[in-house]
Design a binder for this molecule. Structure first.
Ligand code: NAD
Ligand code: DAU
Length: 332
């Protein structure tokens, strides 16, 4: 049994991680989450109790972080500002949380000799051409495009420096686009599903040729657990499930699965600096740690995700109007 401190455990991937840890291990979990607009305690409903404690607070609050890290065996660091579009409007919270917050956790882990796993993104590598057979590997040079991805790239560099210079026992993972339950309605897939449930239309940025490499959130989190349990300290593992799809195809699939005509969507203004394509080579993770994705059928995973949003309107409804008003103001 270990004591896990999970930062960002009320967000999309972090809350799914807490569900998975409580269901598949005997670890004790403390969630540290600031409950920003993206955090939702309801994502942990029914779990709080003997094995799960919730602390509302900021990862950049050094005093609070010091006490919590001192009482942990492993820090699993999901907390971040995570949405590219928001980072184009106001980068400042991205700098504070993703850089200063990660620095604060690293200093506490260094002082208390606590193991850290840092969750990051494939976006640190920039983008690939559509017709390029290449995929991102752990050796791909960093080339982030947005304030979000630049702040995540910076946080990765901080973790590596604290490993090398101070001997912090950390691992890193860079994952591709996740989908599944409890994802905020600002993100691509939940936005389109909830637009349709609301009687509206999906919104496609630009021509929709941009490619994302989709992975189910449970597969991401199973990989994170494998890295914590069996990964080599100081190493970076790329997490991906060979799920490349262009955005137009994803929207058309959602429309079909929800019984609507495949062309019942709107083209809206493109994202500034929009990355073209992401693709992950996860062979290091598969070969070294024996991880394999369980969700191999994207359409089946998408259908289950649609069913989850249909059944959990009370979870997403409070955020929907404000998110859509923000997009509409930017012509998206
Ligand atoms: P999210 O936005 O859904 O959740 C982020 C959580 O962090 C929220 O609960 C929020 O309240 C919390 N938080 C934000 N600032 C905080 C602060 N200063 N102190 C404490 N808590 C704070 O994000 P997500 O999609 O679940 O992403 C989680 C992590 O995974 C991020 O580090 C992100 O970069 C990374 N990631 C995400 C994806 C993806 O597809 N969503 C893919 C690869 C990597
Ligand atoms: O690759 C990993 C990253 O995936 C994570 O690091 C980020 O935290 C996560 O948000 C995600 O970033 P993206 O920018 O790829 O995800 P988003 O859901 O914002 O958009 C996915 C694609 O869909 C992208 O090409 C933009 C497009 N899009 C998005 C929205 C919200 C649309 O076409 N229409 C939309 O309404």
């Amino acid at each position: 049994m270990s004591r896990y401190l999970v930062t960002g455990g009320a967000g999309f991937i972090g809350s799914n991680f807490v569900h998975q840890v409580l269901a598949t291990t005997d670890h004790q979990v403390t969630v540290l989450d600031a409950l920003t607009y993206a955090g939702n305690k309801d994502s942990l409903a029914g779990l709080l109790g003997d094995r799960l404690t919730f602390v509302q607070g900021d990862i950049a609050d050094a005093g609070l972080v010091e006490d919590l890290v001192a009482g942990a065996d492993v820090v699993v660091h999901f907390a971040a500002e995570s949405h590219n579009d928001n980072s184009l409007r106001d980068p400042s919270p991205f700098i504070r949380t993703n850089l200063v917050g990660t620095f604060t956790l690293l200093e506490a882990c260094r002082r208390h000799d606590v193991r850290l796993h840092h969750i990051s993104t494939d976006e640190v590598y920039g983008d690939l051409e559509l017709d390029d057979p290449a995929k991102f590997t752990p050796d791909t040079p960093y080339r982030p495009s947005s304030p979000y991805s630049a702040s995540k790239a910076g946080s990765d560099h901080l973790v590596r420096a604290w490993v090398r210079s101070f001997g912090v026992a950390a691992t890193l993972s860079n994952c591709s686009n996740n989908y599944g339950p409890y994802q905020h309605v600002e993100k691509f897939i939940p936005r389109q599903i909830t637009n349709i449930l609301d009687g509206g239309r999906p919104k496609l940025y630009g021509a929709g040729v941009n490619v994302r490499d989709w992975i189910h959130v449970e597969d991401h989190n199973a990989a994170v657990l494998a890295i914590i349990e069996r990964g080599r300290i100081g190493q970076t593992y790329l997490i991906g499930a060979d799920g490349e799809k262009d955005n137009r195809t994803v929207i058309e699939t959602i429309l079909r699965l929800m019984g609507r005509p495949a062309d019942a969507y709107d083209h809206v203004a493109d994202r500034s600096g929009h990355d073209l394509r992401y693709a992950i080579d996860s062979s290091k993770l598969r070969d070294e740690l024996g991880w394999q994705p369980a969700y191999r059928d994207f359409e089946a995973g998408l259908a289950a995700t649609i069913a989850w949003y249909e059944a959990h309107e009370a979870w997403w409804r409070p955020q929907k109007a404000a998110v859509e008003a923000g997009y509409a103001a930017r012509g998206q």
